[in-house]
Design a protein around this ligand. Structure first.
Ligand code: SF4
Length: 376
């Protein structure tokens, strides 16, 4: 079982961001942390004794909080849940919000994985994206994180940004692989124009400089480049060095149970023989002051099967049909014989022994392949 903790605070809203995050005054941050800790305690009884394999602080920018406050939240988790000895404890951060004192105290508190939101190596692009930092501030943060003892670091990058050329973006990715030592993990996401964001208003329906075909080319060039530097492409947007895949992400894609705490956090839990999705409100006022901030809906078997297939096909290794049978007590073909055979015939999926996965062609049009796996 895993735990996700949402810290919705940022120093400034980026131009592409539709995450549940924003700039809040200190009084709200204080109330939020109190509420969060009480939520963490409130749900503990149900799950005491379950081994927690991953705790993930995401955001927002969790590192805008003082390290002692982050430490208090993690301590509340430790006191109320049973963290596995080798539990992955991750925190997202942004350059400009960390220094050696903060990073050392996060390390001392038990964080063993740091994710740094870089997004681009070009200051002009960082400005375009509305980021608060420069590339040189990232380099400092990265170096400092190593000095503080972080041995497992992820760097987040964005591609297909209207202010960049394809060559610039590939050069940027290459530059990150050349850090010494190189990051254990790199996530590369294509820019999505999310409704309601500044970039959506500026570019929706207009030429972003990257057509769909050019984006696909960039995607495969990114893979080639990272593979040349020994990164394993293990999920559509994620790469790892020496097997350092993100335990939290893998758990999410293989549908492990997780508890979600904080504003807008989602969860997926088993109670008795039933599975539930939980959703926290995205309204700060409601989260802070209402008792009905969390909603729960029972997951039907067909929803669970679809989700398992959709998430599993994001993984490069694909879906293990024996895992499917163990989980659902039925064969995959009982549900999906026809679409599986058709997609294999069309070169969009492959099957080797008990593993099925998307081919390169299948990844390129994954949305339409996945649509075949929606159950009536
Ligand atoms: S730092 Fe991250 S969460 Fe905050 S506004 Fe920027 S992209 Fe969104």
């Amino acid at each position: 079982m895993m735990i996700y903790i949402h810290i919705p605070f940022c120093i400034k809203k980026c131009s592409y961001c539709d995450f549940c995050s924003g700039v809040y005054p200190e009084e709200i941050r204080e109330l939020y942390v109190k509420r969060l800790i009480s939520e963490i305690r409130q749900w503990a009884g149900e799950y005491k004794g379950r081994s927690i394999t991953s705790v993930y602080f995401g955001g927002g920018t969790p590192t805008v909080l003082a390290p002692s406050v982050i430490g208090d939240i993690l301590q509340a988790v430790r006191e109320n849940y049973d963290l596995a000895e080798d539990c992955e404890i991750s925190i997202e951060s942004n350059p400009g919000t960390v220094d050696i004192v903060k990073l050392r105290s996060l390390k001392d508190a038990g964080f063993n994985r740091l994710s740094i939101g870089l997004q681009s190596i070009y200051d002009k692009t960082l400005k375009f994206l509305g980021r608060i930092h420069t590339f040189s501030e990232f380099e400092d943060a990265y170096k400092t994180a190593r000095q503080a003892g972080f041995l497992n670091i992820n760097v987040d990058l964005i591609t297909a940004i209207p202010s960049d050329t394809r060559e610039e973006e590939l050069e940027g990715i290459k530059r990150i692989t050349e850090l010494t030592p190189p990051p254990e993990h790199i996530s590369v996401y294509s820019l999505i124009l999310e409704e309601g964001t500044e970039l959506y208003n500026r570019f929706y329906g207009k030429d972003t400089g990257f057509s769909e075909d050019e984006e696909r080319l960039l995607y495969w060039d990114t893979e080639r480049l990272l593979k040349e530097s020994d990164y394993e492409h293990y999920e559509i947007s994620n790469y790892s060095l020496n097997g350092r895949q993100c335990i939290h992400n893998i758990g999410y894609w293989t549908m492990e149970e997780y508890l979600g705490f904080g504003l807008s956090a989602a969860g997926y839990v088993r109670i008795g023989s039933k599975k539930y999705r939980t959703y926290n409100t995205s309204d700060m006022d409601e989260y802070l002051h209402s008792e009905s901030y969390k909603k729960m809906t029972e997951e039907s078997e067909s929803d669970e099967i679809e989700e398992f297939v959709f998430l599993g096909l994001r993984l490069t290794k694909g879906i293990d049909l024996l895992d499917f049978k163990e989980r659902f007590h039925r064969d995959f073909e009982d549900f999906y014989k026809e679409p599986l055979e058709r997609n294999i015939k069309n070169g969009l999926m492959t099957r080797k022994d008990n593993m099925i996965r998307l081919t390169e062609k299948g990844v390129d049009i994954s949305n339409s392949v996945l649509a075949d796996f929606i159950l009536d």
